[in-house]
Design a protein around this ligand. Structure first.
Ligand code: 13P
Ligand code: SF4
Length: 302
């Protein structure tokens, strides 16, 4: 593995490339990554970079977002099968049909969606800024796609704002029920329970903290508690265990695994960078429309 890591680092330098990695990736990817974090952090890094090539160790919509906002860069997704189950729940036709009955209602689009869907929306958001984005619209009613759980979580935090949600979800997070959290509280009474808002809102309500993957990691950094129950994908618990060996991290369920996120390997990263294959391309009209949606988010959430 050492040779592989060294070879990828050499290729990065030779080709003026950077590697962006989501916190759900296999942990060894961190050895070659320039930046590791949540979807908002990685979007910002994709926008800021002076690199010629971005290798995205994540899922398709993340690499596509990087291409939307940095069109002059070559964006590579090492494994093109790395999709997102939630993003796949809504296509362009379903999007158009969903918003049809509400012609003057703003549409907020969770970043876990395709460029074609984003092109039909007013503003994008991520799990770390969804509340801030909906608030910024200063309106009594918004449409929210595709994550019904995140949309309803935002609604529960705002007074007098109706959030009309599309019926999508992340099967990994949607799999957690109230009873799982109650059981964890009983078993680990001193633990802090940290929850990703893709969980059902009634589940999120029971957490000591609710936030994005980076939000959860930052919470641990800012606190001194010794024990935490992690209610998101396993990659976050793995990184916390590595970075805080003197604390205890309990993954809420053993099957908190996003299979798509785990597809990418170091071998594939090397291959795609070396041969510059698996490039993300976009229709320019779709790119421009979806870029507006993302740029508006980045302006609000700077
Ligand atoms: P973050 O915004 O926390 O990175 O979440 C992205 C995601 O896909 C969570 O399932
Ligand atoms: Fe998509 Fe869920 Fe995987 Fe996140 S964890 S990338 S929402 S399938």
């Amino acid at each position: 593995m050492r040779n592989l890591v060294e070879e990828i680092k050499r290729l990065k330098e030779e080709k003026n490339a950077i590697i962006l990695a989501h916190s759900y990736q296999n942990i060894e990817i961190d050895e070659v990554a320039d930046f590791v974090g949540d979807s908002l952090y990685l979007s910002r890094r994709a926008k800021d970079t002076n690199a010629d090539i971005i290798v995205f160790a994540g899922v398709y919509f993340m690499a596509q977002t990087a291409k939307i906002i940095s069109p002059e860069k070559k964006v590579l997704l090492p494994n093109l099968n790395a999709g997102c189950l939630m993003a796949d729940m809504i296509n362009h036709e379903q999007m158009v049909k969903f918003k049809e009955p509400y012609p003057s209602t703003p549409v907020v689009c969770y970043i876990n969606s395709t460029a074609e869907v984003k092109a039909e929306c007013d503003i994008c958001c991520t799990s770390s800024n969804a509340l801030e984005i909906v608030k910024s619209l200063n309106t009594r009613r918004v449409l929210f796609i595709p994550d019904a759980n995140l949309g309803k979580w935002v609604e529960s935090k705002l007074d007098g704002v109706e959030v009309i949600t599309y019926d999508g979800n992340c099967p990994v997070h949607n799999n957690i029920d109230i009873q799982d959290i109650l059981d964890a509280r009983k078993k680990y009474p001193n633990a802090k329970i940290l929850i990703h808002p893709e969980c059902k809102p009634e589940v999120s309500k029971l957490g000591d903290y609710v936030g994005s993957t980076s939000g959860i990691i930052d919470y641990v950094k800012a606190h001194n508690d010794k024990q935490y129950v992690i209610v998101t994908e396993k990659g976050v618990a793995d990184r916390l265990k590595r970075d805080y060996p003197d604390r205890e991290f309990i993954l809420i369920k053993n099957d908190m695994l996003c299979e798509s996120m785990k597809l990418t390997t170091l071998e594939e990263i090397k291959y795609s960078l070396e041969h510059e294959v698996n490039e993300i391309t976009l229709d320019e009209d779709v790119r421009l429309k979806s870029a507006g949606c993302i740029e508006r988010m980045l302006k609000v959430s700077e």
